[in-house]
Ligand binder design. Structure first.
Ligand code: SF4
Length: 348
């Protein structure tokens, strides 16, 4: 592209009229607020993020409060957003900033990039938006815009394609007005050059190869299709006399790491579920009732969950001895992080 300056000017002037200027993280803008928003916005749309962001910032207004919080509470405020490693990393990074940077968010790119859960684009977005530093961003929206501007074929998740996109993103990024430019290019991708592009409202049609070829929707090349494997599990919905449900905390890493879930058993174990409950949970249960299968899809597999309902007969003291188990009162829920699939089962 010959005239990168004109490109950024067009984007900036479009942004001043049509961009988003009232997002909560654009008010009282600082590294901490922009950081939280950027992490929430990975894989999640702005409209979904806004109420989560507001609740999160209300409870954790600064790095210190977040660092000192209990992980359960952090995960609780993340419940429903998915990709929980993001919340665990945010919490870990806040503790690191508290301990190594005296609660001051680092202001140099290398230190930001070294924090857990922060990749090159997120590090650039935080420093550009909060401090106006010149860094390049390449999130999903920007990738979509660039593949169309340059009619780049090939799935952007492939290293070679991603490298090309970084080069283009770098050459287009201006030297000034970085706070606005960064938001502008993301907004263009989110609102105009969306999955279904609205080219008639686009300020950069004259720069866009895909537009000139009449093929905007041919880009970006989709991820090669893979049939996801299907895994199966049984989740026990065990209710005590008080109507509370037994939850177990999952190990700290892996799928749903650190979240509170329902006890699980295999199809084989479910054949003699009374015995399994006695042996593993120390609970005698009444007759069981299997519910319809619920499918939850992760990025790399489907999980088919069969909820099995039962009432607990015996007193529940034994089970309470384990620190990774709680009786959960669905009417007055504690501040625990729950996977969306488990919430759905409980709501049913
Ligand atoms: Fe996207 Fe259309 Fe603008 Fe090209 S012209 S950048 S395809 S909205």
């Amino acid at each position: 592209m010959n005239n990168n300056h004109t490109f950024s000017q067009k984007i900036l002037s479009w942004y001043s009229k049509h961009g988003r200027h009232n997002l909560p993280w654009q008010q009282n803008r600082c590294c901490y607020r922009v950081w939280v928003s950027e992490i929430m916005l990975q894989q999640t749309q702005v409209v979904t993020v806004i109420p989560y962001f507001e609740r999160f910032i209300k409870r954790f207004p600064d790095i210190r409060t977040l660092a000192d919080a209990n992980q359960d509470e952090v995960l609780h405020l993340w419940t429903g957003l998915g990709y929980y490693a993001r919340a665990r990393n945010l919490h870990k990074a806040a503790q690191l900033i508290r301990d190594e940077y005296q609660n001051n968010f680092p202001e140099d790119y290398a230190s930001v990039l070294a924090l857990p859960g922060i990749g090159p684009s997120t590090a650039g977005a935080i420093l550009a938006q909060a401090l106006g530093q010149r860094h390049v961003i390449l999130d999903g929206n920007v990738k979509r815009v660039l593949t169309r501007l340059y009619a780049i074929e090939g799935w952007p998740g492939k290293k070679a394609i991603e490298n090309q996109l970084w080069e283009h993103a770098t050459s287009l990024t201006p030297d000034q007005q970085l706070t606005d430019y960064t938001q502008a290019i993301m907004d263009l991708g989110a609102t105009v050059c969306a999955r279904k592009p609205d080219c008639t409202s686009c300020p950069v049609t004259t720069f866009c190869l895909a537009y000139q070829q009449g093929t905007p929707t041919a880009f970006p090349t989709p991820r090669p299709r893979k049939t996801l494997p299907i895994k199966q599990t049984n989740m026990l919905v065990l209710q005590n006399e008080g109507g509370e449900i037994l939850l177990e905390q999952r190990p700290p890493s892996g799928i749903w790491g650190g979240l509170w879930s329902l006890p699980e058993c295999t199809a084989e174990q479910a054949k003699d579920i009374e015995r399994w409950c006695q042996q593993h949970l120390g609970l005698a249960i009444c007759e069981t009732q299997a519910q319809a299968v619920l499918r939850h899809t992760f990025s790399h597999f489907h999980l088919d969950i069969t909820p099995i309902l039962s009432q607990v007969k015996s007193p529940a003291n034994h089970v309470m001895e384990a620190s990774n188990r709680v009786w959960y009162n669905t009417q007055q829920p504690e501040s625990l992080g729950l996977p969306t699939a488990v919430l759905k089962i409980l709501n049913q």
